[in-house]
Design a protein. Structure first.
Length: 232
């Protein structure tokens, strides 16, 4: 018996949908496993997430708190003061703190909230737009340089023997650059050599660098896994 073409097409469509669903579920599960692994490394630590607007701070925080990507994108923390979240890992707790809305002109007083988190953290995650740095966007370059110079001054002002937070620079939105899709390693090398990142990393005790995207489950898992490599 010959099966009608429209039935065949419908069957193929259902099969394709099923495959996509399985793949999507697998990616989500992989992301969950990666996040859990990294959070275990942070158990008992304090993590400050800093960066300008629209760099992915809230998305990264939400993912680390166990939300899936679709929910993470809808999550908005108070844009004026930021918020603190605690995550229980066994008998220990990870404290995440995110600050928002650093004004573009950034006078010294505007850094007050950032410094409070910086000084109280074991790890400082500084997010910036990798795509704009790669493009040489003057505004972004100037802001990143200013922020990292502020971090350097805070480190210099710490009392002798006081704990020093480990700074990790995280370049997001890399998927906005065609070069990243062609060769992620080459793109990361380019960001590492960019003036504000190269000089900033040196000033901040050879800060580590992670470059990637939070635009999809697979990309988010790669970025967070790379981040975990520098959690000591």
């Amino acid at each position: 018996m010959q099966v009608p073409a429209n039935v065949i097409k419908a069957g193929v469509g259902v099969l394709a949908t099923g495959v996509i669903t399985v793949v999507t579920l697998a990616l989500k599960q992989h992301l969950v496993r990666v996040v859990h692994k990294v959070n275990k490394l942070w158990a008992g630590k304090r993590v400050a997430i800093l960066g300008r607007q629209w760099v992915g701070k809230t998305t990264l925080l939400a993912l680390l708190m166990g939300q899936d990507l679709s929910a993470a994108r809808k999550t908005t923390v108070d844009p004026n003061t930021g918020a603190s979240f605690e995550l229980r890992i066994g008998k220990k707790t990870v404290r995440f703190r995110v600050r928002h809305d650093q004004p573009g002109w950034a006078p010294e007083l505007a850094y007050k909230g950032w410094r409070e988190e910086f000084d109280d953290a074991d790890f400082v995650l500084y997010l910036f737009r990798a795509d704009l740095i790669a493009r040489g966007d003057r505004g972004t370059v100037a802001l990143v340089e200013r922020d990292l110079n502020e971090f350097k001054s805070w480190l210099e002002q710490r009392e002798t023997g006081a704990p020093v937070p480990k700074v990790i620079l995280i370049g997001t939105w890399a998927d906005r650059s065609p070069e990243f899709a062609k060769d992620a390693a080459k793109f990361t090398s380019r960001i590492r050599k960019a003036r504000p990142i190269k000089l900033g990393a040196i000033k901040l005790n050879k800060a580590d660098l992670v470059v990637g995207s939070l635009g999809a489950e697979e990309d988010s898992a790669k970025l967070i896994a790379s981040l975990g490599e520098f959690v000591r």
